[in-house]
Design a protein around this ligand. Structure first.
Ligand code: ZN
Ligand code: ZN
Ligand code: ZN
Length: 217
């Protein structure tokens, strides 16, 4: 959890007076345990509303069923506004390998918003904003017009997975579609190795086979 959030947000100018407290570049691995525990200590003072804001934003982008800012449930065909980041408070201490630690880094979380929480630059009337339908749930998706948006087919990973599952089911059903060897009718077999459409045709096929056996004797 901590590791995920730490990577979110925009790069910020480093405060050299503060980072001098820590080891210089190259010593990051050695001091990282101390940094981890200091970080954990600082986290205790994180505002609960900031923690909540971060959770709301994260859960919203995962499921695309709620607004990442006001946390309201989105109705099934309500547009989802994608591509915005929201400010979710300060991260007390953050560091990346090869960089000096930063204190009080503003955190932004990728999220999905409802129409009343969406910023003006995400208005569907604008030329640089597109509206597409999710290929699974058909929820309208409003997002900035860029390559990423044009490649977006599903509102969420949840819909992407559901769509794949449907394809798998269809393929299975397709594989079970057969032509009865007795009457020539098309049927959906419950078993992959079925050759006849019904018990009647199965009996017929059986009788035919025994007759053939008798004749060849
Ligand atoms: Zn909202
Ligand atoms: Zn969807
Ligand atoms: Zn048949």
């Amino acid at each position: 959890m901590a590791k995920r959030v730490r990577n979110v947000g925009q790069p910020v100018e480093e405060d050299s007076s503060l980072s001098d407290l820590f080891a210089p570049k190259g010593y990051r691995a050695r001091v990282s345990d101390e940094l981890e525990s200091l970080h954990a200590e600082f986290l205790k003072y994180r505002l609960p509303e900031e923690v909540r804001a971060s959770e709301v934003a994260y859960e919203a982008i995962q499921g695309v069923r709620t607004c990442g800012f006001c946390a309201r449930d989105l109705s099934p065909k309500e547009p989802a506004y994608l591509g915005a980041k929201i400010y979710v408070g300060m991260w007390p201490l953050s560091w990346d390998y090869g960089r000096k630690p930063q204190i009080g880094k503003p955190l932004y979380e990728d999220t999905v918003l409802c129409s009343s929480c969406a910023p003006e630059w995400l208005s569907p009337e604008r030329d640089d904003v597109v509206m597409q339908l999710c290929a699974h749930c058909e929820r309208p998706m409003v997002s900035p017009l860029d390559l990423f948006a044009l490649r977006r087919t599903f509102c969420s990973d949840r819909c992407k997975e559901a769509y794949r599952e449907e394809l798998r089911e269809e393929k299975k059903a397709e594989e079970r579609k057969k032509v009865c060897e007795v009457c020539g009718e098309e049927f959906t077999a419950s078993r992959r190795d079925a050759k006849t459409c019904s018990d009647r045709c199965k009996q017929k096929a059986y009788r035919q086979r025994t007759k053939e056996v008798k004749q060849t004797r």
